[in-house]
Design a protein around this ligand. Structure first.
Ligand SMILES: [Zn+2]
Length: 283
């Protein structure tokens, strides 16, 4: 059951769904205007959010896309407000307009290694038999960054890229010390093995660390992360990026070194992160 969460007076969001890969959808409101973050993975998803917002007396004036992955853009069909996105996102959507999402074509793209089973399965589950996706092109395109004044509340949208998607953008709300990370901190899923590369990860982390935030929202995480949780996560990634180069992708040595530093056994999630860096080193 997805519910509308009130993070603060100015920020609400709809919780994600793992099975159908629905990301968080959010609304940031100032005295003048409201901006919606991401369009959702289907018209139904977008509609659910709109209905929830209506009940809370919120309506959007702009919509910004964090990146062009299907689960963030398939809800665009019924969006009647100006849509803002990064240049690469715009071009990706243009390319996606040519694609068919029927089983046969999805399976063929999975076979060819262009689509991944995880997304193909979620698309089938979310969309049922309605696979005719209308993807209107966004209206406002930026390259590096754009700032939106919502009236006493500001949204700074910056293109950060990274391993997950080259078009990833983050949205910073300085007055609320909140940073929407989209999917940018997740691994590259569109590869034979899910991975992080040391170079991209370090570049991305530097960009994230430039913002002073207390609350971090990752699109597929159930709950926002605190400053301390984010610092711990980013430190692990920085350590892995350094170790994977020092040990030339030797997983055992990386794990030993990390465990020694932490003075305990590594958790499942830490082991997974190490694995993603090892995969990225071999790429
Ligand atoms: Zn994504």
């Amino acid at each position: 059951m997805q519910t509308l969460q009130h993070l603060s007076k100015h920020i609400v969001y709809l919780t994600p769904v793992g099975e159908t890969d629905r990301p968080i959808l959010a609304a940031v409101s100032g005295a003048k205007k409201t901006i919606i973050i991401d369009a959702g993975n289907s018209v139904q998803h977008a509609q659910l959010f709109q209905d929830e917002l209506l009940q809370a007396n919120i309506s959007g004036n702009f919509l910004v896309l964090t990146h062009s992955h299907w689960d963030h853009v398939f809800g665009l069909e019924n969006v009647r407000i100006p849509v803002i996105c990064q240049e690469k996102t715009y071009n990706n959507i243009k390319d996606m307009q040519q694609l068919s999402w029927e089983n046969h074509d999805l399976d063929q793209r999975v076979e060819a290694g262009i689509e991944i089973p995880f997304c193909a399965d979620a698309i089938k589950l979310e969309l049922g038999t309605k696979r005719n996706i209308d993807l209107p092109l966004p209206d406002i395109i930026f390259e590096t960054a754009i700032t939106i004044d919502l009236g006493d509340i500001t949204c700074v949208i910056e293109h950060v890229g990274g391993d997950h998607a080259a078009d990833s953008c983050i949205i910073y709300v300085p007055e609320e010390k909140t940073l929407f990370l989209g999917d940018c901190l997740y691994a590259n899923l569109y590869a034979e093995k899910w991975n992080y590369t040391a170079e991209q990860a370090l570049l991305l982390i530097k960009k994230i660390e430039a913002y002073d935030a207390d609350t971090y929202i990752l699109s597929h995480h159930e709950k926002p992360s605190t400053k301390q949780e984010m610092e711990t996560e980013l430190k692990l990634m920085k350590d892995c990026a350094r170790l994977v180069v020092n040990y030339q992708g030797n997983r055992d040595l990386m794990e030993q070194e990390l465990a020694k530093q932490l003075n305990r056994k590594l958790t499942e999630s830490e082991l997974e992160t190490v694995g993603f860096f090892v995969n990225g080193y071999a790429e």
